[in-house]
Design a protein around this ligand. Structure first.
Ligand code: SF4
Length: 413
């Protein structure tokens, strides 16, 4: 075993109450797989991971560990937490190298066919848990590459495409078929399959509705990362609005493309940022400037962005809200010269696609599901970012796994 990983494994005290497992959205049995590693039972450790996840190489690298498992690690109370993500990706990488398969668990869905639309983390997880139970699964992907936001939304410097491909190949080895460059026709799928899972994501950047948002030079962060169709940022001043991982990914990408100055403007405090702490630290190391407790109120320019107007905020306690909320400080407005503004304040589903599906939606325009992960349309299930839930890879994966369990129940009723 790698010396650093061995040190981390030995550092774990195998807590009986498993706080790390309880803080993991997927409920990975972290104490158990670390115990098996201590006993040098590597393959068994991988199999424990596979009970709850099929994306350990990826989650081990890009999950917000400090807000999930590592944030609850007992070791972290007095010192550093166990580096659980590094241990997870180490054992998952070993599985790829040693060609250990994801084990099938049953044949209860033999003879059943399920169409999985999309190939992001929720779809890959749903497809894998169905195939593990003997189902014939076909993944339908609209692009030429599999992975959804893992491929198109996360830059290479954060997730190596080779690791992603190897992880997907391992899932496909369960006997899953793939149709790429697919244009969604739900009526046809409905006739041909016993059930359908919609994991089509929500990758349209939300807007703020502030003056000047239609000027040239204003872009959505999701679209920039997805299409990689960047304007010439060389020597330019760029404001990225938002505090999540998309804001971090897009600001670091733009800095690498030669921008002179990249600001991240976030209306809350650093502690309140949804982005993983390590991503914020990396961004600061790369000389991205953070304007915490600042809010953009307008974008100024003739046809194109020339300046932005911001206002400072204070954090106040509001009734029935456990979080401190940002409130603009009257009279603290100021302007900064700017060439581009990138909106990374959240994402929404593609309205046109959703409206073609004939399913009910919620007030955010996302697909509504019931307690069995089924949409308002019989035999059509949904999960991942296209339903309203927390948008991290692990949360997408758990919703794919839960939907697979619901589909299994539905097909065996
Ligand atoms: S909380 Fe930390 S020390 Fe305890 S079992 Fe989990 S990883 Fe090990």
């Amino acid at each position: 075993m790698d010396k650093n990983i061995k040190n981390e494994v030995e550092y774990c005290i195998n807590c009986k109450n498993k706080p790390c497992k309880n803080a993991c959205p997927l409920q990975n049995d972290i104490p158990l797989f670390i115990k098996l590693l201590k006993e040098e039972k590597y393959k068994e450790a991988y199999e424990v991971l596979c009970d709850t996840t099929v994306l350990p190489s990826i989650c081990g690298r890009i999950c917000p560990h400090s807000k999930q498992c590592q944030g609850s690690c007992t070791r972290g109370i007095k010192s550093q937490p166990v580096q659980i993500g590094k241990i997870e990706s180490y054992i998952a990488d070993m599985a790829i190298k040693e060609k250990w398969n994801i084990q099938k668990t049953s044949n209860i869905l033999e003879g059943k066919k399920v169409a999985v639309v999309g190939s992001g983390p929720s779809s890959l997880t749903c497809a894998a848990y169905l195939a593990k139970n003997g189902c014939k699964v076909t993944i339908f992907e609209r692009y030429s590459e599999l992975g959804g936001l893992l491929y198109y939304g996360i830059p290479e410097f954060r997730l190596d495409k080779r690791i992603l491909k190897e992880s997907i190949d391992k899932i496909l080895e369960l006997g899953i078929d793939v149709v790429k460059n697919y244009s969604l026709d739900i009526n046809k799928l409905e006739k041909e399959y016993d059930a359908i899972y919609l994991g089509i994501g929500a990758n349209i950047s939300a807007s703020m509705g502030i003056p000047g948002e239609n000027l040239d030079g204003v872009y959505g962060g999701n679209e920039l990362l997805e299409n990689k169709n960047f304007p010439n940022f060389k020597g330019k001043r760029v404001a990225v609005i938002g505090g999540g991982n998309v804001a971090m990914d897009v600001s670091r990408t733009i800095k690498r493309l030669g921008a002179d100055k990249v600001y991240v403007i976030y209306r809350r405090s650093r502690e309140q940022m949804p982005a993983e702490d390590v991503e914020v630290k990396e961004s600061i190391n790369e000389e991205i400037e953070f304007l915490f407790q600042n809010n953009i109120v307008s974008i100024i320019g003739d046809k194109k962005v020339e300046k932005i107007e911001c206002i400072k905020t204070e954090l106040v306690k509001k009734e029935n809200d456990s979080r401190l909320s940002p409130v603009n400080i009257e009279g603290s407005n100021y302007t900064i010269d700017m060439d581009y503004v990138i909106m990374a304040v959240g994402s929404k589903a593609d309205e046109k696609t959703i409206s073609s599906l004939g399913v009910d939606t919620d007030k955010f325009g996302k697909i509504k599901i019931d307690e069995n992960n089924m949409t308002s349309r019989e035999k059509v299930f949904a999960g991942g970012d296209v339903i309203s839930q927390k948008a991290t890879v692990a949360w997408a994966a758990i919703s794919g796994r839960e939907a697979a369990n619901s589909i299994i129940k539905y097909l065996r009723r």
